[in-house]
Structures are given as structure tokens and as C-alpha cells.
Design a protein around this ligand. Structure first.
Ligand code: MF3
Ligand code: CO
Ligand code: CO
Length: 275
């Protein structure tokens, strides 16, 4: 099956969905404080998505082949949790935690998928370092996107950045094409592979969302069937944007007021001034 080239109408729809997902993270930001439970954050996310944004929470009830339905609006992954942390009223955030909140919303049939890291209360040195390195790993991957290049360029760029900084790139999970489908082709690896990867063409839309670990890249899934943790219990961090291949480079579809400007090494994209 081929990778879909999005029409102008698709791109406009994905831009709206991407902005709404990003605005949901903006909304949640002030609630990410010591003592809040991830269950509370998830309820806030559900209510805002459904009642304010009039969107459909794409994760709630999402059931890939061979999995149990995902039970929440958000994935909230703390410290050594790599991804797909299930919100719970029993899970309280505490100072120094590093937390990924990943949201996916559907608006007018189009998916918006984005995630950011948050540091709860006073940062630890190790936590802050992982949050910053994960952000830069994502941007190293994004900035490798240009028409005529290949998906392997993302993997090479992420891996090279991780190697330089002594962190590892998770291999079992990756990015994905996105559109009217949540997880479309292709699967996007954040490490290089030896088999041929597709060529970037204007109109492709996919996520770049590397998970990086302070220790080794190995992960395991918990008994709940969703929560993925580092095998060595080291810290893990992740950011996610939706990327559109343009005629000259790329654009980011998951932007809102709270979007962080890219690192200085990024030459291909600037945060729009009037968000
Ligand atoms: N938002 C995740 C991604 O970036 C997918 C989460 S699937 C869920 O692809 F079911 F766990 F929510
Ligand atoms: Co995604
Ligand atoms: Co996501």
C-alpha cells in the first residue's frame, strides 16, 4: 500500500486538527503540578476536547489489532515510562517528575497528534537533561525532512544526535503517517535501517516522535497491555509533532501559542509570529 499524498483540503483539515491538539496541551499545562493525579489531567483533557473543542478523542477506545481498547483520552508517561502510560486516579505527580502528555483529537475526520514533555515542580538535573535532549532529537529528525530525501534521513539524524549525547533511541515504537487514519503508512523509524525507505514527496504528512532513553533502548510492556517502560528503568522522554513535506522543505502542523521554538540548529522552520 502506498503513502497517501494529501490534497490541499486534507492539509487544511490536518492543520486545524493539529492546532486543536496543540491547544489541548496548552490548556493542560497549568494543571501539571505536584499532587495532581494523571486521572484528573485525563478528565480535564476529555472535557476540553469534547465540550470546548468539539473534537473526538482518538485514543479513547482505540484498539489496534491484538490489543485491548485504550481506556483514556490521553497517554501520560512518567519518568521511566516510555509511552502509552494509562492515566489513573492513583497516580500523583511529584516534584522532579518528567512527564509526557500525548493527545490525539479528531476534527472533521482529520487527526491531530502531538505530545510534549513537562517537568513537575523543581526540575532535577537528569530530568531536565532528558527533556531537552528528547526535544532536540525530535528536531534533528524533523530538520532532515526535504523532498527527494528518504525516511531513513530522519532515523539517521535522530540516531546521530542521540549517539553524540550518550542516550539511546527506542526501536520498538515510532512515528506514522497521519490523516483521516490515526496510524497510516509509513511507519517512521527514529533510527537508521538497512532496507530501502520511501522517498519524501510534497503532500506527505507524518509524525516525528522519537522516544529516547537515558540508558539502553530496550523496553517492556506492563501487564495492563499498554504501558511501555524502559527495561533498565532509566528515564525516557518524547516529544511529537506532525510534519508536512512541502515543495522546499517541511512545515509543522501541530502549532499553537504554547509551542516551543525549535533549537538554534534548526534552519528549516521558524515559529510563526502571530499564533
Ligand atoms: N498518540 C500516540 C501516537 O503518537 C498513540 C497512542 S495510541 C493509544 O501515535 F491508544 F495509546 F492512545
Ligand atoms: Co503519533
Ligand atoms: Co501521539
Amino acid at each position: 500500500m502506498a503513502i497517501k499524498i494529501k490534497t490541499a483540503e486534507d492539509i487544511a483539515g490536518l492543520r486545524v486538527a493539529g492546532r486543536l491538539a496543540s491547544e489541548l496541551l496548552d490548556y493542560l499545562t497549568p494543571f501539571v503540578k505536584p499532587g495532581v493525579t494523571t486521572g484528573e489531567l485525563d478528565r480535564l483533557a476529555y472535557d476540553y476536547t469534547v465540550n470546548v473543542q468539539k473534537c473526538i478523542p482518538a485514543c479513547l477506545g482505540y484498539q489496534p489489532e491484538g490489543m485491548t481498547p485504550y481506556p483514556a483520552t490521553t497517554c501520560i508517561s512518567i519518568n521511566h515510562v516510555v509511552c502509552h502510560g494509562i492515566p489513573s486516579d492513583k497516580k500523583k505527580l511529584k516534584a522532579g517528575d518528567i512527564v509526557n502528555i500525548d493527545v490525539t483529537s479528531i476534527k472533521d475526520g482529520y487527526h491531530g497528534d502531538t505530545s510534549r514533555m513537562f517537568i513537575v515542580g523543581k526540575p532535577t538535573i537528569a530530568g531536565k537533561r532528558m527533556v531537552e535532549l528528547a526535544f532536540q532529537t525530535m528536531w534533528a529528525g524533523i530538520d532532515a525532512v526535504r523532498p527527494g530525501g528518504t525516511f531513513n534521513d530522519i532515523g539517521k539524524a535522530c540516531q546521530a544526535f542521540a549517539d553524540k549525547n550518550g542516550i539511546s533511541v527506542v526501536r520498538d515504537y515510532g512515528g506514522h503517517g497521519i490523516g483521516k487514519g490515526f496510524h497510516e503508512e509509513p511507519h517512521v523509524n527514529h533510527f537508521p535501517v538497512r532496507t530501502p525507505t520511501p522517498v519524501f514527496e510534497p503532500g506527505m504528512v507524518f509524525t516525528v516522535e522519537p522516544m529516547v532513553n537515558a540508558g539502553r533502548y530496550g523496553v517492556t510492556m506492563l501487564g495492563d497491555g499498554w504501558t511501555v517502560v524502559t527495561k533498565d528503568h532509566s528515564l525516557s522522554a518524547q516529544w511529537e509533532h506532525m510534519v508536512l513535506v512541502t515543495e522546499t522543505g517541511y512545515d509543522i502542523l501541530t502549532v499553537s501559542k504554547g509551542t516551543q521554538a525549535p533549537p538554534d540548529f534548526v534552519k528549516g522552520w521558524k515559529l510563526p509570529e502571530n499564533l
